[in-house]
Design a protein around this ligand. Structure first.
Ligand SMILES: [Zn+2]
Length: 449
């Protein structure tokens, strides 16, 4: 494979994509469709062979689905990424223009700065550059390769669902689906020096409920006890006092077991037997702060609140929004039942605003092992491991047509870089982008025949 020219090409391509602000929005009227059109045109300009040799079609408003015919159609592979980004808070102290795509120094060396470098245009460029390089070299993949790039991931839009529909129609049952999610994560676990190559094997479901209390309302000078606002407040406190039961799911226990050789000595015996010490591991995670605790159970956050519109009016309706992340093993129906019992107030209505079940756990068999092998080859210092993703990705829709759905972006990311996602100062190291290109190319080259 030719090294330098294409390497520089990947950097230039990412810069070009970052400069086009493809911000998605739940309201289609607020989407800059011209930006998405320009992005698709830029992709065609940057990756001409891909667009010439693959069968490329549109899905959703501006999503892409591309088919690269391999030697066999038996074990098709889907490589996913998304073209849209979240908006930039103009008050946030970005060190460099968020839509400038500039290369500047950073704690990880020279880096490409801007919104979408990590989430998720880096993956778009990584995948496309790898495909372009392999096409240039005359490579024919052992299996059919599909590229699925959504345009509305950040707003849970329908493009990915549509791609799933097309694949279903064409009778494609993917042997492996790979989307964003995990990474080569540095500083992920206290006391562990090695970066973790975390591969999401499942993701929590996102569900939103509203608690609604109604009453007569009226003038604030003659209040009656137990009005809608008071009942909503009591319900929220009761929810807070009734957390969901905790237990460490299998992927979390496997993560602990794989970490064992890398943690400080006193922790090793516990972690190496994590599968047999699940209750102890669960308690330890619960005690280790909100992030670790979220790995063990369904979480509930009270988010929106509303009551009276005026200071001198008693609310006739009070509402509280609950954003719930449903743990593998729980269901939305079970969650609603738990909330009903915890609130223990028949006068409060529970409305399901958004219903998302957790994704099934993908097995750690051959496709997973292929990802692990490629991590070992490109990132020899990393510990590859499964984990439960807390956030949602487009790949959840693909669990309808494939048992093997994994979430991993082949980029090194420090803790600070991970925190920059959806925040400010998002940047991807130049060398890390190139490692990512190598990783995707290796994955395609190693597809089993
Ligand atoms: Zn993303």
């Amino acid at each position: 494979m030719t090294a330098l020219p294409t390497d520089e090409h990947a950097v230039g391509a990412l810069q070009a994509l970052v400069r086009i602000p493809t911000v998605s929005d739940r309201d289609p009227a607020r989407v800059d469709t011209d930006a998405f059109e320009r992005l698709l045109a830029e992709l065609a300009r940057q990756f001409p062979l891909l667009h010439e040799r693959l069968e490329v079609s549109r899905v959703g408003t501006h999503g892409l689905l591309a088919h690269w015919a391999g030697a066999s159609t038996e074990r098709p592979v889907v490589l996913m990424a998304h073209l849209d980004v979240v908006p930039v808070d103009t008050d946030a102290p970005w060190q460099h223009d968020p839509f400038g795509g500039e290369v500047h120094d950073s704690p990880v060396g020279p880096a490409i700065w801007g919104r979408g470098t990590l989430d998720d245009k880096g993956c778009v460029v990584g995948i496309c550059t790898a495909v372009e390089q392999l096409l240039e070299a005359g490579h024919v993949p052992a299996q059919d390769v599909w590229l699925s790039f959504g345009c509305d991931e950040e707003v849970s839009g329908p493009a990915a669902l549509e791609a799933v529909g097309v694949l279903r129609e064409r009778g494609v049952t993917p042997w492996l689906v790979l989307d964003e999610g995990g990474a080569i994560a540095g500083g992920a676990f206290p006391g562990v020096k090695a970066p973790l190559g975390v591969i999401g094997v499942t993701e929590k479901g996102t569900t939103s409920l509203e608690l609604v209390a109604e009453g007569r309302g009226g003038h604030a000078s003659t209040p009656a006890p137990n009005g809608p606002t008071a009942r909503i407040a009591r319900a929220i406190l009761r929810m807070e006092k009734s957390p969901f039961p905790a237990s460490a799911p299998a992927p979390t226990l496997e993560l602990m077991r794989r970490l064992a050789p890398h943690v400080p000595l006193p922790l090793r015996p516990l972690l190496s037997r994590a599968d047999r010490m699940a209750p102890v591991v669960t308690r330890a995670l619960l005690a280790a702060g909100p992030e670790a605790a979220a790995m063990t159970r369904t979480t509930v956050a009270t988010t929106t609140l509303s009551g009276s519109p005026a200071l001198n009016v008693i609310a006739s309706t009070a509402r509280a929004g609950l954003n719930i992340r449903v743990m593998v093993g729980d269901t939305v129906a079970g969650v609603v039942e738990h909330v009903r019992k915890a609130v223990a107030d028949d006068s409060i209505r529970i409305e399901v605003v958004e219903s998302g079940e957790p994704s099934p756990v993908s097995p750690m068999d051959e496709p997973f092992e292929l990802l692990e092998d490629c991590i070992g080859a490109v990132f020899p210092d990393a510990v590859a491991t499964p984990y439960v993703m807390m956030a949602a990705t487009d790949s959840r829709h693909f669990t309808a047509i494939s048992e093997h759905v994994y979430r991993f972006a082949p980029f090194r990311m420090t803790k600070a870089q991970r925190e920059a996602i959806h925040s400010y100062d998002e940047h991807l190291g130049v060398a890390d982008l190139l490692d990512g290109v190598r990783w995707y190319a290796l994955l395609i080259e190693r597809l089993p025949s």
